[in-house]
Design a protein around this ligand. Structure first.
Ligand code: ADP
Ligand code: MG
Length: 318
């Protein structure tokens, strides 16, 4: 199937359209309407087969996840997503693959009213690069840099399920709980939560490389330290019931990554209001520690659990 037919059939004809799009797919570049009282928030993330997802991941899940990880970055900024571009490198033009990929992509795009406005299609090893754009009221975006000593640290949702799912896949386990696989393959970007945090969170980040590593980005950017209370880490009922040791569960929650939850800080005076805002949109959140003076992220356990921090978190090129 030729390139232009692929673009038209699986992408141009399927995309949601919204007011921001003046010219979408089909010209040399997209032309978008912008407003002067907003900031444009832009992020790009690439998924490489075998690195960011196992080779046997379904095309539907690949399409879904490629967008989900990008929307998660916009969620962490408190932005409202509007558009995306898609650079797709495919080994071959397999129509069944393209059809399923496009379905997975647009399930999520339609949910958040995101228009596909352009992209690029090339042949080579399977790689999906999506760029997303969103808007936020001028100067209101949530940043990593505003956490203050005394602030409370919270996370949305549950941690560690995706990492446990990946671990079991790598062990070729044949009986992996659905909760783990759903979290690994179809994470829900916390867009609504990010928007509720505007004007209350002092800092925010999405958890892609693992809580420990991502919270460290907040402490570095803010020039502060942090304490995480291990017993407060939110673990799903499935992970709590899992046969692995408690310290292995903490390791997954701290360093597993792929959670795509938000980690954020609020002043103590805003804590109750923040919890109410998130409860109103039915997003679970847990207090997991506090911001301190200093410059490191410390782990604290009332039961004296031992976790070493030097191997927590995912990094490329190490
Ligand atoms: P150019 O040669 O100007 O780069 P292309 O032939 O690459 O244009 O693309 C033609 C049109 O199709 C452009 O509007 C481009 O943005 C869009 N496009 C190409 N590939 C994709 C894709 N995978 N998803 C969405 N739009 C695409
Ligand atoms: Mg091109």
């Amino acid at each position: 199937m030729p390139e232009f037919d692929i673009i038209r059939r699986y992408f141009q004809e399927k995309t949601h359209r919204n007011d921001i799009v003046r010219i979408g797919i089909g010209d040399d570049a997209a032309v978008l309407n912008i407003q002067t009282d907003t900031n444009l928030v832009v992020a790009v993330d690439t998924l490489v087969a075998g690195v960011h997802f196992p080779l046997n991941t379904t095309p539907h899940d690949i399409g879904f996840k490629a967008l989900a990880v990008n929307l998660s970055d916009l969620a962490a900024m408190g932005a409202t997503p509007c558009w995306m571009t898609l650079a797709l490198t495919l080994p071959q033009a397999d129509e069944l693959w393209l059809s399923e990929f496009s379905k997975g992509l647009f399930v999520l795009a339609d949910k958040f009213h995101v228009a596909l406005v352009g992209g690029d299609t090339t042949q080579g090893p399977l790689t999906i690069s999506i760029q997303v754009g969103g808007v936020v009221t001028k100067d209101k975006a949530l940043l990593r840099s505003g956490a203050k000593p005394g602030d409370v640290i919270l996370v949305t949702g549950m941690l560690g399920d995706a990492a446990r799912g990946l671990q079991l896949l790598q062990q070729q386990d044949s009986d992996i709980p659905d909760e783990y696989l759903a979290q690994l393959n179809r994470p829900s970007p916390r867009i609504a939560a990010g928007q509720q945090l505007l004007d209350v969170a002092t800092a925010c980040i999405d958890i892609s490389d693992g809580l420990y590593s991502d919270l460290s980005h907040i402490t570095t950017a803010s020039g502060v330290g942090a304490i995480i209370e291990l017993e407060q880490l939110p673990l799903s009922p499935t992970l709590r019931d899992d046969a692995i040791t408690q310290s292995e569960k903490y390791r997954l929650a701290l360093g597993g990554g792929d959670d795509y939850e938000l980690c954020f800080t609020v002043s103590e005076s805003q804590l109750a209001a923040t919890q109410t805002r998130l409860a109103d949109i039915e997003v679970p959140c847990a207090v997991i520690g506090c911001i301190t003076d200093g410059n490191s992220v410390m782990l604290h356990s009332s039961e004296g659990s031992e976790i070493t921090t030097d191997t927590l978190g995912y990094q490329h090129f190490t």
